[in-house]
Design a protein. Structure first.
Lengths: 358, 565
């Protein structure tokens, strides 16, 4: 899992966490590279926050080991580890000014007061809060509070930055703006970062690598592109982005049947006659070059169409597919050119290289 | 590298230096609690099973007790007056609370202030006042139609007065926790106002009523001050203990009575705990607070009722004040301050007043720091769940122990020459310890409630920033929880000034207190001076309460402006 040219900074090995009879994390093993931005992504209850808290030492694991920067930290209490953390609630100390909040970590290291002030000013400039330095948290907006929390966490230049759903408490517009800011700050600080989120859009836009989790296990680890275009399991395919799923039966080494239709696809890994699921992204369904002698062309009828601004999402049905429907995304230009509307009948292609089989 | 051996031992996290320090501190405070409450109670229990020579005789003392009609009669008397008193108080308190929370009655601020007055006075004050009103030379003696005020009537009247604010506060809280939408739904379904009252209002606050009922019952049942002054020959358990121990030096029988006294308190306490747990579920996250609407006839009726209650309260304390500043009732009604010459009388003196001040200040200062710090260690400590839960459990015990039982238990434990701590007996020290212990539970709960409201992740952040716990306690926890700490201090101060039931057994010639001086002077027939001393207590408590109100408004605003946007 570790890349050749960059060092693995954090190693998690066979980590299991049980709460009584309930297993929250099952045999998790993971490598995180130095300075990379990793997202733990998954639905509520998948264990992503539990894993983060185990790495921080706040809720120690039941079995397994963790190493950070070559040091075994598995049994250490949080105060003896090396990390900064930002919680969903920010947990800013309400009775301290912005400056005093950011300075807390530095004051504990017995540095000269003048040096502390210097460093705090530096940090506040980085997060663009110099004007707010004497305000109290109650007087700041949500986005500003979040930046204070980040500055405070980074003040002592920790080896690891942990973010527990930092954007969940903010409204949509502020969130998308802050995504960019956090990513920028992470680059400037050059710190290894782990962020927990249930929002796949956040993960796709911010992460260098994503760890997709479900029910206490890791489903897939990869770059956003890998996760999106080559999802390894049905869960990942469904959770990240939208996906069409068609139940099928394997006919031969490179064909499978859905209803009355036979598709060309790579079914090497499956035995003939077994039940599989064919999956394809809505944007990969092609309504253009259907006059070629390509395979996987079906005749469909448009049942429903939604206008989403830059594209249309159509619900397609087909006699041969019986009751199954497909969701397809067509650009506005295609929709206009082929006059696609409710009731239109046209041919679409499901290119075999975009089909995934589970 | 897959290693699926699950018979590996479960990992145990290393404790940080801070974790260990916190546990040691908790152990020290726990030791204090063990010495202050558990050991004395144990000693008392075992004494009740011994005879005068100190030999173990099983439950013979208890058999003796229950087969002696005179002794057993007191238990019956106690129950009777407590039940009657509880019913009366709940009725009055409920209507008063309803008026304050559910109507648009005017002058609510006035009625709220008047309702607190009984908290600022020792329980004996109502007894003294009643003597002046209804005693042999009482103004309103004829109202009693031949009955004597000395006895059950006086005890009930006096008890209802001083217990009233306790019931009121609990019921006000219960009435405030209601979802307005329940009433809107009832109106939409065209339910009559009376039916709504019985269908929505009463069930909603039933836990509060039950809680208040048990609290009030226990307070009346275990009170010593009122029956001592105005009980006459009507015996109750609290005065029995006093007679057995101080009068007849029969410590064993005193212990038996104390254990009997404990029983309803423990039952009431357990029921209340159980009820509290159910209360939490009533308010959902999306509930809307109730806003009372104007209703001229209801508001007017409530105004008349509350004015009547306020009138009664003012009469009670007013008579005591009057009695304190007139020469000789009822023959010489000229004003004088000679009743305040406490030093002329044996058993009191100004010294006792200043002792009370000392006791109250020490209890407030030491108590609030000790209790708050203990609560912090329990709430915010990491790991060692067994220790923290045990500590919390022990902290709940004092609430179930009536003052007289505590005082008696202290005699047994601390007055024993074999006890290395016996040097404390007869000193101010033991009075401070008993006061802090007696009022430990409510203070502890106030502290834990405030601590629970702080963001749970403060400690995690402080750990990641490597802040030692002393520093985060001093710089973050204490400033944020300052209102609660002040609350606890005032609570301890007021109770230390007015309490009598535990300290009656523990004071010495040097450490006489104001409340004890009141009893002594009453014993000697110096009723006017007793009233004067009771008023001194009232002035002090009132003054502190006013200071507190000013303090929380202006000082907090100045030094804690971070609370406000």
């Amino acid at each position: 899992m570790s890349s050749d040219n960059r060092q693995s900074y954090l190693q998690v090995r066979n980590l299991t966490k049980k709460f009584g009879k309930f297993t929250a994390l099952e045999d998790i093993s993971l490598d995180i590279i130095e300075n990379e931005f990793v997202c733990f992504l998954g639905p509520s209850g998948c264990g992503k926050t539990t894993l983060l808290r185990a790495i921080a030492g706040l809720d120690i694991q039941t079995y397994g080991s963790i190493s950070q920067g070559g040091r075994d930290i598995s049994l250490l209490p949080p105060s003896e580890r090396d990390f900064g953390i930002v919680f969903q609630s920010y947990a800013l100390f309400p009775n301290l000014t912005v400056t005093r909040n950011v300075a807390v970590g530095l004051e504990n290291q017995s540095i000269l007061a003048s040096k502390i002030q210097q460093r705090v000013d530096e940090l506040l400039k980085l997060v663009d809060l110099t004007d707010q330095k004497d305000k109290y948290p109650a007087q700041l907006s949500g986005g500003q509070q979040q930046r204070v929390a980040l500055a405070r966490a980074m003040a002592t230049s920790p080896g690891l930055l942990l973010l527990d759903e930092p954007l969940s408490a903010l409204d949509a517009k502020v969130r998308s703006h802050l995504r960019h800011e956090i990513k920028e700050l992470q680059r400037k600080f050059a710190v290894t970062t782990i962020m927990v989120t249930h929002d796949q859009e956040e993960a796709l836009t911010m992460a260098d690598r994503i760890v997709v989790m479900d029910n206490g296990i890791i489903e897939q680890v990869g770059t956003p592109e890998e996760i999106y275009s080559s999802p390894k399991t049905k869960f990942v395919a469904d959770f990240v982005g939208t996906m069409n799923f068609l139940p099928a039966t394997v006919l031969s080494k490179n064909t499978a049947q859905v209803g009355e239709v036979v598709f060309n696809c790579n079914t090497e890994d499956f035995t003939i006659g077994s039940s599989v699921t064919i999956a394809i992204r809505p944007e990969d369904i092609d309504a253009r070059n259907v006059n070629n002698t390509e395979s996987n062309i079906i005749q469909i009828e448009v049942h429903h169409i939604e206008f989403l601004g830059s594209f249309c999402r159509a619900k397609l049905g087909h006699n041969d597919l019986k009751d199954l429907t497909l969701r397809a995304d067509f650009s506005i230009s295609i929709t206009r050119r082929l006059s696609i509307k409710v009731g239109s009948r046209l041919k679409v292609c499901l290119p075999s290289n975009f089909l995934r089989i589970y | 590298m897959t290693n699926n051996i699950k018979n590996n031992p479960i990992l145990k996290q290393k404790s940080s230096k801070d974790d260990l320090t916190m546990r040691v501190c908790m152990g020290i405070i726990g030791l204090f609690l063990a010495i202050a409450i558990i050991l004395p109670l144990y000693t008392m229990f075992s004494k009740s099973l011994e005879n005068k020579e100190g030999n173990f005789i099983g439950i013979n003392n208890y058999i003796d007790y229950f087969s002696t009609p005179a002794l057993f009669q007191s238990a019956y008397n106690s129950i009777l007056i407590s039940v009657i008193g509880t019913i009366i108080v709940l009725l009055f308190a409920f209507i008063y609370a309803y008026a304050l929370t559910r109507t648009k009655m005017p002058f609510k601020w006035f009625f709220k202030i008047i309702a607190i007055i009984p908290l600022l006075t020792p329980s004996m004050l109502s007894g003294i006042s009643l003597v002046y009103w209804f005693g042999n030379q009482g103004i309103a003696k004829s109202f009693l139609m031949g009955e004597s005020i000395f006895g059950p009537i006086g005890i009930v009247m006096g008890s209802v007065y001083w217990v009233f604010p306790h019931a009121l506060m609990i019921i006000i809280t219960a009435l405030s926790i209601t979802d307005a939408r329940l009433y809107e739904a009832a109106t939409a379904l065209r339910t009559s106002k009376i039916k709504t009252f019985f269908m929505v209002t009463i069930p909603n606050c039933k836990f509060g009523l039950i809680s208040a009922g048990f609290v009030v019952f226990t307070l009346i049942f275990t009170d010593f001050g009122v029956p001592k002054v105005i009980g006459g020959s009507y015996n109750v358990l609290a005065t029995d203990i006093y007679k057995q121990v101080i009068g007849q030096q029969n410590f064993q029988m005193g212990a038996v009575v104390a254990v009997v006294l404990l029983t309803p308190a423990i039952i009431a306490f357990s029921v209340d705990r159980f009820v509290q747990r159910k209360q939490v579920a009533l308010l959902s996250a999306s509930a809307v607070p109730y806003q009372p609407k104007k209703n001229k006839s209801l508001d007017l009726t409530m105004l008349i009722f509350c004015s009547f209650v306020a009138f009664l309260i003012i009469c009670m304390i007013g008579m005591a004040q009057y009695a304190a500043i007139i020469k000789f009732w009822p023959y010489n009604l000229s004003f004088t301050l000679e009743n305040f010459n406490f030093d002329l009388i044996e058993g009191g003196g100004w010294g006792s007043y200043f002792n009370s001040i000392k006791l109250s200040v020490y209890s407030a200062l030491v108590g609030s720091i000790l209790i708050f710090f203990g609560a912090y260690l329990v709430e915010k400590g990491r790991g060692f769940n067994f220790g923290r839960n045990t500590f919390h459990g022990v902290a709940m015990i004092p609430l179930a122990v009536p003052g007289m039982a505590l005082g008696l238990a202290y005699i047994f434990f601390f007055n024993n020459p074999n006890n290395p701590l016996s040097f404390l007996y007869g000193t101010m020290g033991i009075l401070v310890i008993s006061t802090i212990t007696h009022f430990y539970t409510v203070s502890h709960l106030t502290a834990t409630t405030a601590l629970k409201q702080m963001d749970k992740e403060f400690e995690s952040v402080s750990a990641s920033l490597k802040t030692p716990f002393f520093r985060s306690f001093k710089k973050i926890t204490v400033p944020i929880c300052m209102p609660a700490i002040l609350d606890i201090s005032v609570y301890l101060f007021l109770n230390a000034m007015t309490t009598v039931s535990a300290v009656i057994f523990l004071y010495s010639a040097d450490t006489r207190l104001a409340s004890i001086a009141v009893l002594n002077m009453d014993d000697q027939g110096e009723l006017a001076m007793a009233a004067a001393m009771a008023m001194m207590i009232a002035y002090t408590c009132g003054g502190v309460r006013i200071l507190y109100a000013i303090g929380t408004n202006s000082i907090l605003v100045k030094t804690q402006r971070w609370r406000f946007k």
